[in-house]
Design a protein around this ligand. Structure first.
Ligand code: NDP
Ligand code: GDR
Length: 333
């Protein structure tokens, strides 16, 4: 019989790639979707007609118990979150509830339905937990010093996942994933903001691109590679946490340069630094040490940074040339 997976956050970037990957592996894939008429569901349906949907919300314990009871999954991937870091200062309590307490609610739903039993659990932990880093590159044992309410909420979910593994013997793991991007990345995140901005400028639809801190450095990889790592972690022999990243780091300035160059433009002619886009507390530098994932899971990233950015610029040029609207449902390639 096909294995069954339940994905929270299926309407997001990673949810779509993970669903595609699990379908290709022969899984029956279920997605938890929230709201009465979530506009992102039609986009998901268009892309992945084979996904089944169950209603639920990480804010609603009963809905998660009902979803787990109905789907009876072999694997649960908890990707649902308020995931945009600046929003976590504006709505800190909501972020704590969804991104932090949501993990508790999902773990409890699994515990109530299956005990320490057969359901495996993946938590989408984040390099944002490292925050103000004390060592570079970061490994599974680098201490956390989160710099945003989002990072704090993720640290709670991370420790709770470890705790349920230790307390109840659950197969519960966290993937500490570094930034990963794609043509399906939300338009608010810096890579997509830049590649959309470049495409608009190239097509004469905009004359400038306003950005915040250009000196921050991130370890950027391709989302399609990272969802493979999630699946590998959840199907490993032993439940363990892993750092997933490329081991390379670039600044926002280098990202901008790569994107404008890919479109044959000079970034200095268009980029405006806007102090209003700086964060109350910044994460200056992130760089993964993915040695453990390579050694134990055989995981490797396949898309270099420059190719990733070129892929996103090309996709956004195509989208806008075809009259597509990145804020609308139909925008995913
Ligand atoms: P997205 O922002 O694209 O997707 C977030 C998802 O969470 C959406 O499907 C959204 O659904 C869902 N969601 C929001 N609120 C709730 C709620 N109350 N109940 C249920 N679902 C909810 O994120 P990504 O795909 O980029 O990331 C996936 C996960 O991985 C997130 O947890 C993120 O924090 C984490 N992460 C991401 C990294 C990255 O670089 N992309 C790196 C490290 C961790 P809706 O359509 O209802 O809004
Ligand atoms: P991040 O990603 O905060 O690392 O979280 P984001 O792309 O938002 O920012 C990366 C860096 O770029 C700087 N920056 C800007 N960022 C945005 N969004 N908009 C701008 O105009 C801008 N100008 C400069 C930021 O200051 C920051 O340093 C992402 C999310 O996907 C999280 O959910 C995930 O956990 C982490 O990656 C790993």
């Amino acid at each position: 019989m096909a294995k069954r997976a339940l994905i929270t956050g299926i309407t997001g970037q990673d949810g779509s790639y993970l669903a595609e990957h699990l379908l290709s592996e022969g899984y029956e894939v279920w997605g938890l979707v929230r709201g009465q008429a979530n506009p992102r569901v039609s986009r998901l349906r268009r892309l992945l007609g084979d996904v089944r949907l169950v209603r639920g919300d990480l804010l609603d314990q009963g809905s998660l118990i009902s979803a787990v009871e109905r789907v009876r999954p072999d694997e649960v991937y908890n990707l649902g979150a308020i995931s945009f870091v600046p929003m976590s200062w504006e709505q800190a309590e909501l972020t704590a509830e969804v991104t932090g307490m949501g993990v508790l609610r999902m773990l409890e739903a699994i515990r109530v339905i299956s005990g320490a039993g057969s359901i495996r659990f993946y938590q989408a932990s984040s390099s944002e937990m490292f925050g103000q880093v004390r060592e570079t590159p970061q490994t599974e044992i680098t201490p956390f010093h989160p710099r945003s309410p989002y990072g704090v909420a993720k640290a709670y979910g991370h420790f709770l996942t470890q705790n349920y593994r230790e307390s109840y013997g659950m197969f519960a793991v966290s993937g500490i994933l570094f930034n990963h991007e794609s043509p399906r990345r939300g338009a608010e995140f810096v890579t997509r903001k830049v590649t959309l901005g470049v495409a608009r400028i190239k097509l004469g639809l905009a004359g400038e691109l306003r950005l915040g801190n250009l000196e921050a450095r991130r370890d950027w990889g391709f989302a399609g590679d990272y969802v493979r790592a999630m699946h590998l972690m959840l199907t490993a022999d032993k439940p363990e946490d892993y750092v997933i990243g490329t081991g390379r780091t670039q600044s926002v300035r280098e990202l901008i340069e790569a994107a404008f160059t890919a479109a044959g433009l000079t970034w200095q002619d268009y980029v405006v630094v806007d102090q209003a886009l700086h964060r109350p507390a910044e994460v200056d530098l992130l760089c993964a040490d993915p040695k453990k994932a390579r050694a134990q899971l055989g995981w490797e990233p396949t898309v270099p940074f420059e190719d990733l950015i070129a892929m996103m610029v090309e996709s956004d040029l195509r989208l806008l040339s075809d009259g597509g609207d990145p804020d609308q449902d139909s925008s995913w390639p």
